[in-house]
Design a protein around this ligand. Structure first.
Ligand SMILES: [Fe+2]
Ligand SMILES: [Fe+2]
Length: 215
C-alpha cells in the first residue's frame, strides 16, 4: 500500500470512529476559509466525504475476501486433519468443526450479499502458510501416535487463532461502519472459533499431552 493511501485510511478511520465528517474535523462549515486561506467548496467537501467511506469499506471487503478464501481452504484441510488424528475425541472435534466451517462459508456469503458485493475469494497467504505447516507436522510425526495429536492440535489452534483475530477485528470495524447485521453474523462465527480453540485445549490437557510423554 502506498504511503499516501495509508495515511488517508488512518485519517478516515479516525473520523469514522468519532462520527465526524471530514469537513467537521476543525469546525469548518462548507464554503468557509480553511487553514491555508483557501475557500473550500461544498463539492470538494462532499467528494472527500465519499472517498472517506470508500477507502475503509474497500479495505473491509478485501479482508472479507481473504477470510472467505481461508474458510474455503479449511473445508479441504480439516478432513485431512481428522483422517490423520489418533484420538477419537480429536477426530470428532475436527469433524464437528468441518460442519461449522461449512456454515462459516455460508455466513460470509450472506455478509457479501448484505454488502451488495460478489462473494469472491482472495488467496490468504497466512492461512496457506499455516496449512503448509500442518502438512509438514503430519509428515514429521508417526501415524497412530499421541505425538501426532499434540502436533495436530497446535497446528489447528494456529488456524483458529488466525480466524479469531480476523473475525474479531472485522466485527469491530463493522461496528464502526454501522453494519449491525454484518457484525451479528461475524460474531456468531467468532464464538464458534473460540469454542473450537477451547475444545482443542481441553483435549490436549485432558489426555493427549500426557499420553504423548510416554511414547
Ligand atoms: Fe471458520
Ligand atoms: Fe475455525
Amino acid at each position: 500500500m502506498e504511503k499516501g493511501t495509508k495515511n488517508k485510511m488512518r485519517g478516515s478511520t479516525r473520523r469514522l470512529a468519532a462520527g465526524l465528517k471530514p469537513h467537521q474535523l476543525d469546525g469548518r462549515q462548507d464554503g468557509q476559509t480553511n487553514r491555508n486561506g483557501k475557500r473550500e467548496s461544498k463539492r470538494s467537501a462532499k467528494k472527500e466525504e465519499a472517498e472517506t467511506g470508500h477507502l475503509l469499506r474497500d479495505y473491509f471487503i478485501m479482508e472479507l475476501r481473504d477470510l472467505y478464501w481461508a474458510e474455503k481452504h479449511l473445508l479441504k484441510a480439516l478432513p485431512k486433519l481428522a483422517k490423520k488424528a489418533t484420538s477419537e475425541d480429536l477426530r470428532d472435534a475436527f469433524e464437528t468443526h468441518l460442519q461449522e466451517t461449512e456454515i462459516h462459508v455460508q455466513r460470509l456469503e450472506q455478509v457479501f450479499e448484505l454488502l451488495d458485493e460478489k462473494a469472491r475469494a482472495k488467496k490468504c497467504e497466512a492461512m496457506q502458510g499455516i496449512s503448509d505447516e500442518a502438512d509438514e507436522v503430519i509428515k514429521e510425526t508417526e501415524d497412530d501416535t499421541y505425538t501426532r495429536d499434540v502436533a495436530l492440535i497446535i497446528a489447528a489452534q494456529k488456524t483458529e487463532h488466525y480466524e479469531i483475530a480476523t473475525y474479531g477485528g472485522l466485527a469491530q470495524l463493522g461496528r464502526t461502519l454501522g453494519l449491525d447485521d454484518v457484525v451479528d453474523l461475524l460474531e456468531e462465527t467468532l464464538e464458534e472459533e473460540k469454542n473450537t480453540d477451547r475444545l482443542l485445549t481441553a483435549i490436549a490437557e485432558s489426555h493427549v499431552n500426557v499420553e504423548a510423554t510416554v511414547e
